[in-house]
Design a protein around this ligand. Structure first.
Ligand code: SF4
Length: 617
């Protein structure tokens, strides 16, 4: 946060808050008359020597009483905010992170509490329990809990979908670790801004209760009580009301200004998929499984669906593949074709309530139940945006050494040395300095190299790279792809590469799966598929790649129409509404993924007919 972004209003507000808090804390040490000494001056007079803000109706010094009154107002404000945060913070964090039944219970209770008229409730409780600072603080603190729950839950939901959280989970971090180490530190900035705003509300509420005589009792001064004292002499000695009112007004204004400015500077934008709910299986029959000799990673009939208000969205619908050590499998397709959901399904990084069926196996380990113990060690992932794949509030060193200490049991010192070696191996200059940096101090390319180093830290057998170069400029893209390719060869690992860039796939992948509307529509060796595509969608996709050698003003080929609605996909071949070769059969019958030698395709009328194949026309 640069100082010039804060503005003068913010600085003045902070100055006022510091002044009031400082005065309240040191009130007994300041050279002020006793706040309760009656007739220390002429009653009800304005500013005079010895009484810069005048005296009240009993001749007590108004400045002294205002300063001592700040203790109550700010003390209750701070105490109530902390009490609300202490209860609402963990509840919101748990509800937002765990989701499911806990979230529903917490939020239902929260909504009920929010429906209570807060001030009436406070008046009733304080009147019943007796007017005292403690009772006022507890009541106002408890009344703030629902708002805290709502805020912290919202922020947690938002951050829970960020890539650095997924990346942490992909490195094997689970449950409480992710919640407290990855999400909680990011909740602090919005919570801090809200704390100021809420404190302003509490100061006003305490003032209102004091005005009604329901806060701390005389002789301790409070701003609300002072306003109440002066209202009978408003026409003759208005300053008795004006002084505490001005103190309260300026303090509330300053707290709101600071809260609003902090919110602007730390604002977050929720996003991501709707939470999914379990659904009954309604998907069409699965595609046949492709078997190969000795695959390291084997995925069979994988299906993943998310609940939407209109019904289940079939993001991945019966995909199967197998991958051997030392090879790269690319998954290509338009946005929304299910590429990323497919690899997150294999990695076990879906929301708890998403429905996933089918089988996945890594060597001798079944990945169907959960991927604990394998994620971050035998399988690792690199995600699209290095800006969000690293936790912004933790140093690079903390993030890179964590998997080394957690999974490999290294000491702090040893993990630091290993982290330096890892960063150097992915081409980062001055690794020792970089380990002390925060993500925002590094370029996009450097950040992506770091996420790769983190993914490789435990020597995985399979690396999943989800659009690893999309957020980078062209030169850096090539460097990152070369780095991934080199690491794959050096470590003899398998790589699953999700990309929409067909030139990257052509250069780096041995095999390719083409996905359309959640289904694998073509699968085979990259060179063969790209040279002689069979499925009409693959053909159209390849034609849409810009040809840099084409003459100027050559019209770019595009695929007409839009990807289908995955809640209600078209009948028959899902590509038929956009396919210029579609016939009646395409509209009524779904083409199965049929295999011929080392290739498979799902098309009734393929562009290049496999030898000896006959679908019947
Ligand atoms: S099955 Fe028919 S509609 Fe689908 S890609 Fe092939 S030709 Fe086109």
């Amino acid at each position: 946060m640069r100082p010039e972004r804060l503005g003068w209003g913010f600085r003045l507000a902070v100055l006022w808050i510091v002044l009031v808090v400082g005065a309240a804390l040191t009130a007994d040490l300041l050279p002020l008359p006793d706040h309760d000494a009656t007739l220390s001056g002429e009653p009800g007079t304005g500013p005079a020597p010895g009484h810069p803000l005048g005296t009240d109706g009993l001749g007590r010094d108004l400045l002294s009483r205002t300063v001592h009154g700040a203790r109550v107002s700010l003390g209750v404000g701070l105490g109530a905010v902390l009490l609300g945060l202490l209860i609402g913070g963990p509840l919101g964090l748990l509800a937002g992170y765990r989701r499911g039944p806990l979230d529903r219970i917490v939020m239902t209770a929260n909504d009920v509490l929010l429906a209570f008229p807060a001030m009436v409730f406070a008046l009733a409780v304080v009147a019943f329990a007796g007017p005292s600072v403690r009772n006022v603080l507890i009541v106002l603190g408890l009344l703030g809990v629902p708002a805290w729950v709502r805020l912290i839950r919202g922020v947690t939901l938002s951050y829970g979908r960020r890539e650095f959280v997924t990346a942490a989970r992909a490195l094997g971090a689970r449950g409480r670790t992710v919640m407290w180490r990855e999400i909680a530190p990011n909740v602090v900035p919005p919570a801090l801004s809200y704390a100021f705003t809420l404190m302003a509300v509490v100061v006003i509420a305490e003032g209102a209760l004091a005005f009604l005589g329901l806060s701390v009792q005389p002789p301790t001064p409070t701003w609300g009580g002072m306003i109440n004292d002066g209202r009978s002499t408003l026409d003759t000695a208005a300053h008795i009301v004006v002084v505490p009112s001005a103190a309260m007004f300026l303090t509330v204004l300053a707290l709101n200004l600071v809260g609003d400015r902090l919110q602007e500077l730390t604002g977050h934008r929720p996003g991501g998929l709707e939470p999914a709910r379990p659904r009954r299986r309604t998907a069409p029959p699965s595609a046949p499984v492709v078997h190969r000799d000795g695959p390291l990673l084997e995925v069979s009939d994988l299906r993943t669906a998310f609940a939407t208000p209109r019904g289940p969205l079939h993001a991945v619908d019966g995909v199967s593949f197998a991958l051997e050590r030392g090879r790269t499998l690319a998954i290509v397709g338009e946005s929304g074709s299910g590429k990323s959901v497919l690899i997150r399904s294999v990695l076990g990084l879906l929301p708890d309530t998403a429905e996933r069926t089918g089988h996945a196996r890594l060597g001798d380990r079944d990945l169907t139940g959960d991927t604990r113990g394998v994620l971050g060690t035998r399988m690792a992932a690199v995600f699209q945006d290095p800006m969000t794949a690293l936790n912004p509030v933790r140093t690079i060193g903390t993030q890179v050494t964590e998997p080394l200490r957690v999974h490999l049991g290294m000491t702090r010192r040893r993990s630091r040395e290993e982290a330096e070696r890892l960063l150097a191996s992915v081409g980062i200059p001055e690794p020792r300095r970089v380990l002390r940096s925060y993500p925002h101090q590094l370029s996009g390319g450097m950040r992506q190299r770091i996420t790769i180093a983190m993914a490789l830290s435990c020597d995985p057998e399979v690396l999943f790279a989800d659009e690893p170069t999309t957020a980078l400029d062209v030169t850096v893209q090539k460097q990152i792809m070369r780095l991934l390719h080199r690491q794959r060869d050096e470590r003899d690992m398998a790589m699953v590469l999700v990309s929409h860039d067909l030139s990257v796939v052509a250069d780096h992948a041995d095999e390719v799966i083409v996905m359309y509307a959640g289904r694998a529509v073509e699968y085979g060796p990259t060179q063969a598929v790209f040279t002689a595509p069979r499925m009409r969608y693959t053909e159209a996709l390849l034609r849409a790649v810009p040809d840099l050698s084409a003459p100027n003003h050559t019209r770019l080929a595009v695929i007409d129409g839009r990807p289908p609605d995955l809640v209600a996909p078209p009948s028959g071949c899902r590509f038929h509404p956009r396919c210029p070769f579609a016939r009646d059969r395409c509209r009524s019958d779904e083409p199965p993924l049929t295999s011929h030698h080392d290739r498979s395709h799902a098309c009734w009328y393929p562009a290049h007919e496999p030898e000896g194949a006959h679908h019947g026309r």
